[in-house]
Design a protein around this ligand. Structure first.
Ligand code: HQG
Length: 180
């Protein structure tokens, strides 16, 4: 399987494991896990044919470590990015003093009014460094990097979580904690 095919399947997995498992009639448990054999079978029925070994390669080589297996590789889930409600079992963490969010100019006015919102996802995503935030923002155009006073937010009682793959998650960043 070449890189392009891997990317196609990775995108398919993001869709199924984060947003709409029902597309292939798959059910996730409350913690977001899918049964691997069921996933392989149902993906194949929907024209996405790949083996367990190929799936293992995709999970291992994912640039952002988007997916995780359980220990026995019988179950798989997305590490973050869900729009469906799943309990990832993350416990609150103390964030670094500053985190970053990559966005684009068009959203700035609204962000300045309402703060950063999680939009369709289960959490709002924040990056550990500017370079990562730049990549996130550039998915939508010329990136604008916002600096978030996460340390102060935490001291003010707002909660943060850290996903398995190093993405900082929170519910809402009020405008007063955002620096342009
Ligand atoms: C914006 C990718 C207007 C926000 C990335 C963003 C990430 C507002 C968009 C992950 C707003 C939501 C998530 C407000 C926020 N008014 N716009 N008040 N508050 N926004 O895709 O952070 O490759 O849900 O700036 O790497 O862009 O899929 O969030 O532009 O980690 O693994 O609303 O997705 O990961 O967009 O990206 P998204 P995001 P993967």
């Amino acid at each position: 399987m070449n890189e392009k095919q891997q990317k196609t399947i990775s995108k398919f997995l993001s869709l199924i494991l984060r947003h709409s498992p029902e597309t292939i009639n798959l059910q996730l448990d409350e913690n977001g896990w899918a049964d691997v054999q069921e996933l392989l079978a149902k993906a194949a029925q929907h024209g996405q044919r790949f083996s367990l070994e190929e799936l293992e390669n995709i999970v291992a080589s994912s640039d952002k470590q988007r997916f995780a297996f359980n220990e026995t590789h019988t179950r798989i889930r997305a590490n973050q990015g869900h729009s469906i409600t799943v309990d990832l079992g993350l416990s609150p963490q103390v964030p670094p003093e500053y985190l970053y969010h990559g966005t684009v100019n068009d959203f700035l006015e609204s962000i300045q009014q309402e703060g950063l919102l999680k939009m369709s996802r289960q959490h709002l995503h924040l990056s550990i460094d500017k370079a990562t935030a730049e990549k996130v923002g550039s998915r939508r155009g010329r990136p604008v990097i916002l600096t978030i006073n996460s340390g102060q937010m935490h001291r003010d009682g707002l909660q943060f979580f850290l996903s398995e793959n190093g993405v900082w998650l929170t519910d809402h960043v009020p405008a007063r904690y955002i620096q342009l």
